[in-house]
Design a binder for this molecule. Structure first.
Ligand SMILES: [Zn+2]
Length: 277
């Protein structure tokens, strides 16, 4: 069919936003044409560029690959032109699998009106396949993001931040994807502290909303024995207008509870839309 045409698709929004979008195998993704330059080459805002990128992005795309070459796949529900964007990340640590079930449940639900819901089952498919918390390099991906990255760690097997900021392909896949998608809210699912990370500043109101909807306490989730460094949500909250919240699911999440959590997350996603009037 379109195999030869969709094997590699280069979407050039602007030089800084150039990205290879590879529709996932089997997905009925169409080739996203380059976004035309604005009239008179007037510089557009980052929000405008993100809106244009989203409008032309395939509904299923490979945002990058793991150390061992496994695809990290993002999927959209809802119209590509929906003005508000929710992203749910099901898994970052390979030993924490229940968030994947929540993502599967989200995908069975209708997205809120005016919200496009993006989901990624796992940004650590190698860890998931190996049953290990870190990626195939032994790196804790939630210590490898560049903001406040630190070479220190308390336990090499669990918290090694890698040899340098964003040294890992999984992190280097997620960063440009989040830059271009520019989600309003990122819900990053983990286990099993059984709480919503309270966060700071702009994140706090969304942490409280998620806490209320999920019936999980809102607390400062500790990062081992010291301050957090190099986490996805720290980096996202620092460098983007949107909000990232870490949600720590319980140890056990039966399928009915996963569905309950999925509905709760979408109820919070609906709050991205300002009330009418
Ligand atoms: Zn985790």
């Amino acid at each position: 069919m379109r195999g030869s045409r969709v094997s590699t698709t280069v979407l050039a929004v602007a030089t800084a936003l150039a990205v290879a979008l590879v529709p996932a195998a089997g997905a009925r993704a169409t080739q996203a044409p380059p976004v035309p330059a604005p009239p008179n080459h007037v510089a557009r805002s980052a929000a405008d560029l993100a809106r244009a990128w989203r409008a032309q992005a395939p509904a299923t795309l490979v945002v990058g690959r793991s150390v061992q070459g496994r695809a990290i796949v993002a999927t959209r529900q809802g119209p590509a032109t929906a003005p508000y964007v929710l992203l749910v990340l099901g898994q970052m640590h390979g030993t924490e699998s229940r968030g994947r079930d929540v993502v599967a449940a989200v995908r069975r639900l209708a997205p809120p009106s005016q919200v496009q819901v993006w989901t990624i089952v796992s940004m650590n498919p190698d860890g998931a396949a190996r049953g290990s918390r870190p990626n195939a390099h032994g790196v804790d991906l939630n210590r490898n993001f560049p903001y406040l990255w630190s070479p220190g760690y308390t336990n090499r097997a669990y918290f090694w931040p890698g040899r340098a900021p964003a040294s890992e392909p999984e992190v280097r896949a997620m960063m440009p994807f989040l830059d271009r998608l520019r989600p309003d809210l990122v819900v990053s699912l983990h286990q099993h502290f059984n709480a919503v990370d309270l966060g700071t500043g702009k994140a706090r109101i969304w942490s409280l909303r998620l806490s209320a909807a999920l019936h999980l306490r809102a607390v400062d989730v500790p990062c081992s024995t010291g301050p957090c460094h190099g986490t996805l949500t720290q980096w996202f909250n620092q460098d983007h207008p949107g909000v990232g919240v870490t949600v720590e699911l319980p140890l056990t999440v039966p399928s009915t509870l996963a569905a309950t959590y999925a509905r709760a997350i979408l109820r919070v996603g609906a709050m991205l839309v300002p009330p009418a009037g």
